[in-house]
Design a protein around this ligand. Sequence first.
Ligand code: GLU
Length: 413
Amino acid sequence: MENLWAQSLKRLERIVDMLGLDGGMFKYLSVPRKIQEVAVPVEMDSGKMDVFSGYRVIHSINRGPAKGGIRYHPQVDLDEIKALALLMSLKCAIANLPFGGAKGGVSVDPAKLSARELERLTRRYTFELIPTIGPEKDIPAPDVGTNAQVMAWIMDTYSIDKGYAVPGVVTGKPIALGGSQGREEATSRGCVYCILSALKILNYDKPCITVAVQGFGNVGSYAAMIMHDLGFRVVALSDVYGAIANPKGIDPHKVGQQVKKTGTLDRYPEAESIPRDSLFSVDCDILIPAALENQITGDNAPDIKAKIIAEGANAPTTQEADEILASKDVFIIPDILANSGGVTVSYFEWVQGNYAYFWSKRKVDITLREIMDKAFEEVYSIHKDKKVSMRDAAHQIAVGKIVEAVKLRGIYP
Ligand code: GLU
């Protein structure tokens, strides 16, 4: 399979072509503004030293400061981070946030590190990035393998270096440090709002609408819980260790309690354990891939029974799978739309921090819904008017907005 960066460039080239832009613009958008690759030496608890590879890629700053998460995962490499940074530029444009796009990551398995090792790794990685991050420059946030505690360490390291507290340097912070209400479940909530819009616009109505969710991390677990609370029937769930299914329904809150105790949803007593790969072929109406990239492929796409796919993860679907799903008339809510709720509430957090005035959870949820509904409508209307896929529609809108900013600002000197 082609790597994510190669796939992203192909898609970008196609979109630039569809919009009738010249090849120079493709070149401009395909070269990130800044790429950093840093060594992250860490003294492990054993006393031995280890060195990890860290990255931060700023894809664009045309529409505002760079914005995007930091991922801790063994699969992280420069090409993956470049692709995810490009997706962040597009995502911020779709949601109309005044941000460019960035992404960072360290190639490490955080589950294998102690809390102290993770803290040392985070602080050293942050130290390396101090010259280029900042509330007006580049604002990190959580992603796969990182959380509010990691953001607190980043904020602390940066602030100690500056000599004063700089909460605006990251989003996704703990509430006690200026984090926003509703940030933790924001990606999932935004994804659910998109699903509700899709069901309405497609007139998809039946007595019991079923859902399968791949991944039980931050995005997957909250998505399953919110869908369950709204009355949808969650019939299958998976995590890195296994998958479970029950056509009569699974309560994701109860699954969450087991995960807290045992670390996995596998062998949950009120559902059947199924092979992990068969999660995608489960009979359901809605499928939410909420794990990593390149999960829905040419191999498993033919078995998918869902009528709607809402991409909670970044880039979960390969181009080949996209074509297969299109031929089966599956309605795809693409990543840059479906999971833009996370960065949208990050934006709210940044705004609240700048004003030092904090919103209620209700205000966060209502404002998030307004933004998600508007973004969905815009993408859906291009999808209908231009007869292009939802993904192409989303990419056309996002690239169009970035290109407008590039042209208005011009090139210096
Ligand atoms: N990591 C999240 C994403 O991929 C959130 C980024 C942010 O809040 O800046 O969208």
